[in-house]
Design a protein around this ligand. Sequence first.
Ligand SMILES: [Zn+2]
Length: 156
Amino acid sequence: MSAGPAPAEGAADAHWLRRTVELSRLCPPSDTAFSVGCAVVAADGTVLAEGHSRRDDPRDHAEEAALRGVDPGDPRLAGATLYSSLEPCSSRSSRPLPCSSLILATPVPRVVFAWREPSVFVDCVGAERLRAAGRAVVERPDLAAGVREVNAHLLG
Ligand SMILES: [Zn+2]
């Protein structure tokens, strides 16, 4: 796997969120679901996994595609940051577990996302769920423009 700046507030977060936007451009097109990118990055900047929406299955969310590639026993997860271009979901009809639950099943202590999910399809409280469970959640709305651009056809 590749590597880059060590996750920390500020410039490294911006770097990795821009990477998730690039990943979201790989998503197969959809008129009914957002295109999202996700990267799980260790404390030293090593990329542990990447994913994007609909990568392995038409119903895949980016976070579950990325977490599928993570070894649950990898000790680096305890210091890792999960980056997602969109707020992790808190409910969904197509899978038994929303992405916020998949994240809470890992020891990943920190989640950074760019765009708070708009109420186009479902009300999302993913950030609140993660915070309530003790995870650090950082929202970077200053980087949301690229995410909105990728999903502009869904926003009417
Ligand atoms: Zn999701």
